[in-house]
Design a protein around this ligand. Structure first.
Ligand code: ZN
Length: 53
């Protein structure tokens, strides 16, 4: 069963894949925000600040 964590942008529950690790970047399917896993227990998500391209 996938765990979920609230998207920091829109607040919807984002499913996190099994075996997810801290630092992994997920994309919210609802708002498209790139969000970084910052904690696993509990799972916490934060905006991913992209480095300058
Ligand atoms: Zn979102």
């Amino acid at each position: 069963m996938d765990e979920v964590a609230a998207c920091p942008a829109c607040g919807i529950d984002v499913p996190t894949p099994e075996g997810v690790v801290v630092g992994e970047i997920l994309v919210c399917a609802h708002c498209g925000a790139e969000i970084e896993v910052i904690s696993l227990a509990p799972i916490l998500l934060e905006f991913f600040e992209e480095e300058e391209k």
